[in-house]
Design a protein around this ligand. Sequence first.
Ligand code: SAM
Length: 218
Amino acid sequence: MTDSWDRVDTYIGEKLIGDDAILAAALAHNSENGLPPIDVSAAQGKMLYLLAQMAGARRILEIGTLGGYSTIWLARALPDDGALVTLEVDPKHARVAQANLDRTGLSDRAEIRVGPAMDSLAAMTDVAPFDMVFIDADKQRNVDYVAEAIRLGRSGTTIIVDNVVREGGVLDPASNDPGIVGARALFDFLQSDPRIDATALQTVGAKGWDGFVLARVA
Ligand code: SAM
């Protein structure tokens, strides 16, 4: 089945995305520097880009940069005077991402802040309120990140959280896997917090079986 998922992702890429030298160079640079291939897929990256455009986002927050692949998709959706802040704890990842961003010509509107995301969020006095927040970092902190996204957002802010299905692991209340524990805690939070309205979509494809939470601040 996973072979079919891969082939359909390739088909979607050929039909709707096409070759993209800058994104290909970013992935190659990530690989040369030993970064794990855990970026979003091309189809998912374009989904983020389109959602940001549909939301008319002028200020975007990303939590979890890696080599900046999703950052590039999101930054491309911004108007010329837009701003994106992306948070990354690993200085090496941030260096690789900066080099990738420098090749896009979008460095003027995309800033990488290095350090634990919760520290960067606590110190965030500029740029907010954000119109869109993409959360894709250490999954056990998903609830904290969504709470911060609400604090730094406004009514109508779009919040997207990646990797919330974990090959169905989200169904397992006995799991000790931090990613699964974090995903389940996130669903509990979203179920009970009146400040936010959410759904989740399962995804299959080049990145396996997983899913996104899509939420709107009330
Ligand atoms: N969004 C990226 C993309 O699609 O191209 C992928 C991000 S990767 C799944 C997760 C990233 O979050 C890693 O680079 C990791 O170092 C970073 N990270 C993990 N814990 C973090 C923390 N506490 N604060 C900031 N970044 C963190």
